[in-house]
Ligand binder design. Structure first.
Ligand SMILES: Cc1cc2nc3c(=O)[nH]c(=O)nc-3n(C[C@H](O)[C@H](O)[C@H](O)COP(=O)(O)OP(=O)(O)OC[C@H]3O[C@@H](n4cnc5c(N)ncnc54)[C@H](O)[C@@H]3O)c2cc1C
Length: 389
């Protein structure tokens, strides 16, 4: 493992910095959070600019349309974007950070040719149809059914918590193709066009007032067999690849943003005088140290991923620690702001949203179970069916 930046990596940093300095000046104003059509245009417009400048998929392989850079160069890329306060991936999150990488790792040549370029060019938005009302942490209990009929699967069922579904073109969808009760062994990973007849998207409103989630109701939706990624009934393994990307490297940009926020919080505490409170300084110091440790872990994970091609178990360590740390940071920000934090603004928004981070992409409890079993080698937890039986 080599954690130093090479001459090529520093060269990427220099050219990217120069490009960002020019392009960011011409960006349109950021849209309102709940104007989803405008958000799609803004996020896809930014992705298009990156693509045209050769930065569309820095860590994607060259034969997948990317730049073919190492994961370390991807870190340099993210560092520079954060430093310049460039836009994030926004509604491109699923396509760029886990659906695309899953298709690179598991898709056929025809699927790679069909799906990858439109993601990089900012032409197609993806969403993730995994969770169901009775299958969240226990994802292997999912019931959405797919029955083979000629060259199609006919899919019926319900998905929930589908982020950005209202602006998505495609959905990475997990369906049951095996018998009822087949659990992990009877699941298949499909690409569902969101405009297929029988797909109904019903937006949900969150406690923060946002409509980022939807429910998906699927009524006899015909999905070509050609849209299956991996073999029939092998979708659980493919989904684990998706999760490895989602938990492994997808949140690095937010980590960098958090490090910047810590600097701003320290400055704000000094300005308002509460810096004199030793307890507050201790909280700031300990959170900053944890962020530093997570940055070191990220570089270790990235170094490991550059050898294997898929992020390893370190992704679960990162996801667990980082999502809990974001909550502590949000608490601290609220305390520094004092009474003014009660007016809805950035600190309150982060505080409410940080609650969801320990749930999204697998809850903290689920990550602890994974780490207990796969890293520490502790016995498997008894299944609920065993407990009930
Ligand atoms: C911001 C956000 C974005 C999301 N986006 C998407 C998306 O785009 N697509 C999608 O498919 N899903 C999405 N989800 C859904 C997410 O994957 C689920 O919410 C998550 O997997 C938990 O499932 P659940 O909500 O059904 O909770 P449950 O599984 O019902 O869990 C309830 C509680 O029980 C605990 N628990 C459950 N099982 C165990 C166990 N074995 N051991 C210990 N504790 C346990 C959980 O940790 C949790 O505290 C999103 C969620 C959030 C918050």
């Amino acid at each position: 493992m080599d954690l130093r930046y090479s001459a090529e990596e520093e060269e990427l940093r220099r050219s990217l910095r120069a490009w960002l300095a020019g392009v960011l000046r011409g960006l349109p104003q950021k849209p309102r959070p709940d104007d989803w059509d405008a958000r799609r245009r803004y996020d896809m417009g930014w992705q298009r600019l990156l693509y045209e400048a050769g930065y569309g998929g820095v860590d994607w392989p060259k034969d997948a349309g990317g730049r073919g850079s190492s994961p370390v160069e991807q870190l340099v890329f993210l560092e520079e974007l954060q430093r310049a306060r460039a836009p994030g991936v926004g509604v491109g999150f699923v396509g760029l950070l886990h659906a695309g990488p899953t298709i690179i790792a598991e898709g056929s040549a025809a699927q790679r040719a069909r799906y990858l370029q439109p993601i990089l060019a900012g032409e197609e938005v993806w969403c993730q149809g995994f969770s169901e009302p009775d299958a969240g942490s226990d994802l292997a209990a999912l019931k959405t059914r797919a029955v083979r009929d000629g060259d199609d699967y006919v899919v019926s069922g319900q998905k929930i918590w589908t982020s950005h579904a209202q602006v998505a073109d495609l959905c990475e969808l997990l369906v049951r193709t095996g018998t009822e009760g087949s659990r992990h062994r009877g699941i298949t990973w499909l690409v569902m066009p969101m405009d297929a007849p029988g797909v109904e998207v019903r937006p949900l409103r969150t406690i923060a007032g946002s409509s980022e989630f939807s429910e998906l109701f699927l009524d006899e939706v015909r999905i070509p067999v050609a849209n299956r990624v991996g073999a029939e009934n092998d979708g659980w393994r493919v989904a684990m690849v998706t999760f490895a990307f989602e938990r492994g490297t997808a949140f690095v940009a937010e980590l960098l943003e958090s490090m910047e926020l810590m600097r701003l919080l320290a400055a704000s505490a000094k300005e308002s005088g509460i810096w004199d409170d030793p307890c507050l300084r201790q909280r700031l110091g300990s959170l900053a140290a944890e962020l530093d440790a997570l940055w070191a872990l990220t570089r270790r994970n990235v170094s490991e991923a550059s050898r294997s091609g898929v992020p390893g178990i370190g992704g679960s360590v990162f996801k667990l620690a980082f999502s809990e740390l974001r909550q502590s940071m949000a608490d601290l920000w609220m305390d520094i702001e004092g009474r003014s934090a009660l007016v809805w603004g950035e600190p309150a928004d982060m505080w409410v949203n940080s609650l969801s981070r320990t749930i999204a992409a697998g809850t903290s409890q689920v990550q602890r179970n994974i780490l207990a079993e796969r890293v520490l080698g502790l016995p498997k937890e008894p299944s609920t069916r065993t407990l009930e039986g």
